[in-house]
Every structure is written in C-alpha cells, then in structure tokens.
Design a protein around this ligand. Structure first.
Ligand SMILES: [Zn+2]
Length: 489
C-alpha cells in the first residue's frame, strides 16, 4: 500500500508540470486527445481571478490573444504553421473567487508548489468548477467546436485555456484521462460535457502569464515537452516546446515539431543536391536527410521576423532526430514520458540540436549561442570511426546513434543577401522518397524529393534555354547579321 501510494505520489508530482501528448505517434486521435492543429479553430480562454492576488489585466489579455497583435498568440501560431492553423481566441468572462479555490488547509497562500500531490485532485475539482461557473454565467460553449480531425465540428471543443492570477507555473492536463467524478453532463468520469460538447484536456497557466500559455497550448495540439525535466542541461533550444525562457521573443518551432505538425514545406533530400533554404518563418522550408525513424532535419533560422528575435545570428539549424527515443502513442504512456522525458539524455535525446562549432556546449549544460548555427565555412559529415556522438566521443558527425556512418552530408554553406542560405546536401541516391506522414493534405508528403526533374528537351531547345532567352539570342544573332549586311562586303 505504501509502495503504491509512493508511486501515485511520484506520478502526481511529475504531473505538476506534465505534458500529455505524443508528438504525433498517433495521428487519428484529434478530438479525444489532441486539439486540431490545422484549419480554423475557435479557442476559449477563461481568466480565473482570485481576490488578494494581482488582478488580471483583461485588456492586455485581449490584446495578446488578438489576431491583430503581431507578437501575440494568434500571429505566432499562424506564422509557425505557414497560415495552416488559424486559431481565434475568445476571452470568456472572468471567473471570480473571493478566496483561493484550493483547500485552505493545504494551500494557505494558494501557491501551488511544483510536485505538490494535493494539487492533483484539488486542481481537477477547480477545472470542473470553472467550466461549470462559466456555463452558469451564461457562456455558451457550443459555438467553440468548429474544427476537428476532418476540419469540421467533431463534438469536442477546439481548445480550452485556463489562465489564473495565482502563483502557479503551467500545466497541460489530460482531465478526461484522470476524471473519476462528475462530468457535468449527467454522468461520471471521462471528458466534461458542456452545452453538448466535450472537453478532454486543459492548458493552464498561472501568474497571469500569457507566454506560458503559448507553450501549454502546444501540448493541447499533441506536443510533448522538449526541455530537460531531469535538469542535466537545458534541453532542446530553438523551440517553444523546449528550453524557452519565456521572454517576449517567442521561438519558432524546431524543424521536427513543424514537420510533425504538417506545418512545414518538406523537402526530402536524395543524392547530392545544391539547394537554397529560405528563412523558416516565411517559407516553412525543412530539408530532411535520411528516412525512417532516424534522420537529420535542416532549416534556416535567424532574427528578423516577429519571432525568433532573440537569435544571435542567421544560419542553418540542424536537428538529429530519433523517433525511437521514448515516444509511445499508447494512452496513459505520457506518464512514463514525464518521469523519463524524451530530451532528458543530452547525448541521445529525441531531438538534438547539432551545433556547428562542435563544442557541445548545450550537452555540457552551457548556453546556445553564436557558432551553433551552420554558417559559411561550417560542415557536417560522416565519421569513419564507427562511433556515435556521445559524452566520450564528442565529435560532430552524421553518424547514426548505432555508430554506423550514414552517407549524409552538409557542406559549402553560403548566406545570401535575402536571408536564404545555399548549401550542398547529400543523402543516399535512392529509396528516400517514400515516407509519408498521412494520406492526403498539407505536409503529408514531401513537396519535393531529390532534384526536380530536368526540363524536357524538344525542338532542339537545350536545358535552361527558356523561350525568352531563346528570343534574346535570336535577336542578337539577327542584329549581328544585320550589322554584317550593313557593313557590306
Ligand atoms: Zn510543457
């Protein structure tokens, strides 16, 4: 019994900053386990104001969640998704509490310390009550289901956020999975049912911190945490699901997350290609080297847009991805993933930022900085040692985690004036084009695999000889002839 209790305590403790989702191991569970991340969504934000704590600035909140705010929540998700995901946020009427909604005996200051087991059930009761109070205040939840797996209403709310002014970090909470009590719809357990629509999970942020909410909302979309829960190092940089310090400069998604969300322009590399990679924030360009579960992704990141402003320079961000690391789509497995997080091993995480300078400062618990993106003069190549990158073999390479040398290469980086970056990429000559994320729709298949097919030659028109160029050449020859005629013999 004691042992069981301690296990429950451990799980609950970790849940205080829990993730929930699986980074799209499952794609079919939009609705019950994921909020839709493509198309138009109507999302609800409920402010929860407890007397005695700094009041919530509703005007500032409305502004941050407005589509007009170039630095806010909506524009962030629209930019990151290339406009494929278009949330519109309705700020519901504030729910007021004259006193802390958590039991006073356990929470004398209403602050929720990380890992506090009492917060587990008390927090669930509060979530249920907040939805009930909002409903009773006359708020109609029914119009906030317009999206779903098939892009239309599916009986599940498109996304619900709870923002409170009490001291509390953030959590994305799989309410339906843990609920054993009232579902508000006349039944017990599972998702809440309100105005005929279900809600299975909530994004929650405290201290009125809307930036934390941008991250927590990412969990509702299906993303797991990419920072290092174990505290050995920061975890993944260049991602709002990773080690983002919650400053005003929201980082764009890492290439793997964008790829999985179907928000990128997926270019699959086959053979040797000289390519131009445009800035991620405007093009969505993701170049994938390798296929299957382990591969490298390359994207162009840098300051200049509304997001990623804190980046010190522009260059290619290279991510070594291994989908075999701790991902599991089985319901409830997120608990194990919280206990042993996907990016907890700095030398073999699910997603590792390969740093161009080869100093491995991130793995050594130092900071991301100048020299970590691939710029002119940098490269990444296989290593014939037969060893993977590890603590005892801190040598940059495209070797797989098995140690096997891949044939993947990145060479001859050149920054162009418009912010695009030219680079030569190498991948196997064949067999790279068949991976698919889904059957149909944006981002399911590569927009390109390998070199584009050479233009068909015909009528003696050679490669690269466009009709306009041909006309120009003809005219020049004509002139020469005319000039010859004019000069005469
Ligand atoms: Zn998180």
């Amino acid at each position: 019994m004691l042992r069981l209790l301690s296990l429950v305590a451990l799980c609950a403790a970790s849940l205080a900053r829990a993730d929930y989702m699986d980074h799209f191991v499952q794609r079919e569970d939009v609705g019950p386990r994921k909020a839709p991340s493509l198309g138009d969504s109507k999302v609800i934000l409920i402010p929860i104001e407890v007397a005695g704590f700094p009041p919530i600035d509703v005007a500032a909140l409305e502004a941050f969640f407005s589509p007009e705010n170039p630095n806010g929540f909506v524009r962030y998700y629209e930019t990151a998704s290339l406009g494929r995901y278009r949330p519109r946020v309705t700020v519901a009427p504030r729910v007021h509490y004259a006193n802390c909604p958590l039991p006073a005996a356990q929470f004398p200051t209403c602050a929720v310390a990380r890992g506090d087991i009492n917060a587990f059930t008390a927090g669930m009761d509060m979530m249920r009550e907040v939805v009930k109070k909002t409903d009773e205040a006359g708020f109609d939840f029914a119009p906030y289901d317009v999206n779903g797996r098939k892009g239309v209403a599916d009986g599940w709310l498109d996304g619900v956020m709870l923002l409170t002014n009490v001291p509390f970090g953030g959590i994305a909470f799989p309410f339906a999975f843990f609920n054993r009590g009232d579902n508000l719809g006349g039944g017990t357990g599972g998702p809440l049912i309100v105005d005929g629509v279900k809600v299975g999970h909530f994004a929650v942020a405290g201290d009125s911190d809307a930036f934390v909410m941008v991250h927590e909302f990412g969990h509702l979309l299906g993303l797991t945490d990419l920072y290092d829960e174990s505290g050995q190092y920061d975890g993944l940089n260049l991602s709002w699901m990773g080690s983002w310090g919650y400053d005003a400069n929201i980082p764009l998604p890492d290439a793997e997350t964008r790829f999985r969300l179907r928000w990128g322009a997926w270019n699959q590399v086959q053979g040797r290609q000289r390519v131009t990679i445009r800035p991620a924030e405007t093009s969505g360009d993701v170049f994938r080297l390798g296929a299957g579960d382990e591969y490298f992704l390359v994207e162009n990141r840098g300051p200049g847009g509304a997001f990623d402003r804190a980046l010190p320079e522009r260059g290619l961000a290279v991510f070594h991805v291994d989908r075999k690391v701790k991902l599991d789509g089985t319901e409830g497995q997120f608990v194990n993933r919280i206990l042993d997080c996907v990016n907890c091993d700095p030398w073999h995480p699910y997603i590792r930022l390969v740093q161009a300078d080869g100093k491995f400062e991130i793995e050594k618990n130092k900071k991301f900085g100048v020299g970590d993106l691939f710029t002119a003069g940098t490269f990444l190549r296989p290593d014939s040692s037969g060893l993977p990158v590890s603590k005892t073999n801190a040598v940059n390479s495209t070797n797989l985690y098995s140690g096997a040398a891949s044939s993947l290469r990145l060479d001859d980086v050149r920054l162009l004036d418009d912010g695009s970056i030219e680079v030569t990429l190498d991948a196997p000559e064949t067999g790279q084009c068949d991976d698919r994320l889904c059957a149909e729709g944006d981002g399911c298949a590569p927009v390109r695999c390998g070199e584009p097919p050479a233009p068909k030659s015909g009528c003696g028109v050679g490669e690269g000889l466009t009709p306009a160029l041909l006309a120009l050449l003809l005219e020049k020859r004509l002139r020469r002839r005319e000039q010859r005629v004019l000069r005469g013999p």
